[in-house]
Design a protein around this ligand. Structure first.
Ligand code: UDP
Length: 195
């Protein structure tokens, strides 16, 4: 176990994982209107949302992850009111941290999705935060830097791998047209992979 801990500390390619019992709802925060919000309400894309909104979606591929609310989540036993309150608090907190990080790197965090699970009865952030689960726009030009590039046919490619000086490869993610490279370069946030 000590050796394992040593490797965790000194090896960029190892992660310490916790198995969570996942809560089957996704938490979405929106700082600017985009995506399904625009389609649902017919509001204009890019409108700033003050304060940022919080939405819940049921994880159900067959139903295309329908929007739900806290009352439904409690009644169907997907989560308790207390668990939902904690998920909401943590998602807003993540929004503060991440918005500031991207802002400093010249990007707007438009919206993002987080998932949570239970570990020893505690709500814990699960899944991942990656270019696949958020919208990022260039702050100055509002150029889209996320997966919407290829969803909307704006050009790009599915994967980018950026060779690193130490022989590793930086993972760019399932996004397009250099967007993740920019995100990686500007924030250093994304993970790294062995070649
Ligand atoms: N999102 C996600 N997984 C999903 C649904 C949404 O990661 O299954 C993210 C998405 O990348 C965006 C935010 O949640 O950053 C809001 O997504 P939206 O409801 O606008 O749906 P979309 O238009 O992306 O399908």
């Amino acid at each position: 176990y000590r050796l394992f801990k040593f490797f965790l500390k000194h090896n960029h390619y190892l992660s310490h994982l916790k198995k969570l019992t996942m809560i089957p709802v996704e938490c979405v925060i929106r700082n600017y209107a985009a995506g399904s919000l625009v389609r649902r309400l017919g509001v204009s894309e890019g409108q700033q949302l003050t304060p940022p909104t919080f939405e819940l979606f049921l994880k159900n591929d067959a139903l295309h992850d329908p929007m739900v609310n806290e009352s439904l989540a409690v009644s169907f036993g997907w989560a308790t009111a207390e668990q939902l309150a904690e998920m909401k608090r943590l998602t807003y907190k993540a929004n503060e941290v991440l918005s500031a990080l991207f802002d400093a790197a010249g990007m707007l965090l438009v919206d993002f999705k987080l998932e949570f699970g239970l570990f020893n009865g505690q709500i814990v952030l699960g899944d991942e935060f990656s270019p696949d689960g958020c919208r990022l726009w260039d702050k100055a030009t509002r150029k889209k830097l996320d997966k919407d590039r290829f969803r909307q046919g704006l050009g790009g490619e599915a994967f980018r791998r950026l060779p690193q000086p130490d022989g590793g490869v930086a993972l760019a993610g399932r996004v397009a047209a250099g967007a993740p490279i920019e995100a990686l370069d500007r924030t250093g946030l994304w993970g790294r992979l062995l070649p």
